[in-house]
Design a protein around this ligand. Structure first.
Ligand SMILES: [Zn+2]
Length: 195
């Protein structure tokens, strides 16, 4: 398990998980303050010793760049689709040794499709090959769920584990539905995804 620290914006909006070293750097440089710390665990730097931060808050408000929301990496794409082929519905753990989970474009790139969230789905390699460069209606292959752009919160924590303290902040700001969704993703993520 990778230890992360939940970073909040100055407005207390949860932003992302940052590695512990980065969190400490931000605190030491005065760019963030510790909101919640694990009092039982101490971390030491060259100059000081402090409780290990679990939640930090940036001292200056930052705007989340729109570009971030447009990035579709396979890590997040597979998490959004619950690691399941959207055509044959097999989970990544059900694939045969030589098969893999891939990115399929509903409208193929060769026919003007894009890499936007609404045009990409997780597909096993045989289904992706079978669909080829055809449109869903041309071959009668329709995804299990209509692909949508996930909330950026889902992207940030789709493959990370939250501590109960950190989860409390997510719940306070985004509601229990978002938290529940994140916990489901965490629960369904196969172990290989953690590497
Ligand atoms: Zn499939």
């Amino acid at each position: 398990m990778v230890l992360g620290c939940l970073a909040l914006n100055a407005s207390y909006e949860p932003l992302t998980m940052v590695p512990m070293r980065r969190a400490l750097r931000l605190v030491i440089d005065g760019k963030a303050e510790i909101v919640e710390a694990d009092q039982d665990r101490l971390v030491r730097s060259e100059r000081l010793t402090m409780p290990r931060p679990a939640v930090i808050r940036l001292t200056k408000f930052i705007h989340v760049p729109r570009r971030f929301r447009r990035q579709v990496t396979n890590t997040f794409l597979f998490a959004r689709d619950h690691y399941r082929c959207q055509y044959c519905h097999r989970h990544i753990t059900e694939l045969k040794p030589r098969e893999s989970l891939t990115r399929d474009h509903l409208i193929p790139l060769s026919r003007g499709g894009t890499n936007e969230w609404t045009n990409v789905v997780a597909a096993c390699s045989p289904c992706n090959t079978r669909k080829g460069n055809r449109l869903p209606e041309e071959i009668g292959m329709h995804p299990l769920t209509h692909p949508v752009e996930p909330h950026f919160v889902h992207l940030s924590w789709a493959v990370r584990r939250l501590t109960p303290t950190q989860a409390r902040y997510i719940k306070t700001f985004y509601g229990s539905e978002v938290l529940h969704h994140l916990e489901q993703l965490e629960h369904r993520a196969p172990r290989v995804a953690a590497h």
